[in-house]
Design a protein around this ligand. Structure first.
Ligand code: SF4
Length: 264
């Protein structure tokens, strides 16, 4: 069974996947930490959604921002303390990034809500669906025939159609999405199709640093690309194939395996 997180690691660097699978035998909490951070971000979104219901069209932008921010700080503090108590190595820089992204998102949301309330002449309570469509978060998807498993960050359901969404904390490209993000998303799209017996034509990557959701068409080429990557992942994880990689100094600089990898 291939986990979509292995596909993600492979797209970053096949050697990293090899080391993670066959060399790094120490217990690895990174995956668990990533899941906890994603859960926290989802809960923050829920809280913003709840706060939005109290916003009235007469409010100023500053009042809207204050309303959307209610209890956010306390919630982030208690949740990050809880994550640390699980002995997961949550760094201060990661917490600061979560706080910065949250308040950036609140500012953008406040402007958009104000504009929408003015145009539609409605309070926020009546238009929350525009900002928070019906959706499922952290949905575990699995297909035994494809031997593929993964957790989709978010699945939005609009007029009976399903739209997988991946939430990314990385810097966005100038336009479109990164190849690795597209491959990961098409894997989720295929699993969504199997799970809900539907067709997925479009998915989205949400780059939280700029609070922007970018669409990806789930076309044949992207689907073929996924199966090619899955084949390579299997070669590495199941057949112990040592991959040939081109050294990319930018990636290697931030790679946790750089010493292990370069030495050997
Ligand atoms: S150090 Fe570079 S080549 Fe080695 S695993 Fe990391 S990213 Fe890949």
């Amino acid at each position: 069974m291939i986990n979509i997180s292995s596909i993600k690691t492979h797209m970053f660097c096949p050697m990293k996947l090899y080391i993670q699978t066959h060399v790094d035998t120490e217990e690895n909490n990174d995956y668990q930490l990533a899941i906890e951070i994603k859960k926290l971000k989802i809960d923050i979104q829920d809280l913003i959604n709840k706060n939005m219901r109290k916003i009235r069209k007469e409010m100023t932008i500053t009042e809207i921002e204050n309303e959307l921010s209610e209890n956010i700080n306390i919630f982030i503090e208690s949740s990050t303390n809880a994550i640390r108590s699980m002995e997961l190595n949550l760094e201060s820089s990661q917490i600061n990034e979560i706080i910065d992204n949250t308040y950036f998102n609140i500012k953008i949301t406040a402007l958009r809500v104000k504009q929408a309330m003015n145009i539609l002449e409605k309070d926020a309570f009546a238009i929350t669906d525009m900002f928070f469509p019906n959706c499922m978060y952290s949905y575990l998807l699995k297909d035994s025939q494809l031997e593929l498993i993964g957790i989709c960050d978010k699945i939005e359901i609009i007029d009976g159609k399903y739209y997988p969404v991946s939430i990314k904390s990385s810097n966005p490209p100038l336009k479109g999405v990164w190849d690795q993000d597209a491959i990961e998303l098409v894997a989720h799209a295929i699993l969504v199709e199997e799970e809900f017996d539907t067709e997925v034509f479009v998915g989205f990557i949400y780059y939280e640093k700029i609070a922007e959701k970018r669409p990806i068409i789930m076309d044949v080429n992207l689907r073929k690309g996924l199966f090619e990557v899955m084949r390579e992942v299997k070669e590495i994880t199941e057949n112990n194939k040592l991959p040939n990689v081109k050294i990319n100094s930018k990636k290697c600089k931030n790679c946790k395996y750089k010493e292990m990898c370069i030495k050997n």
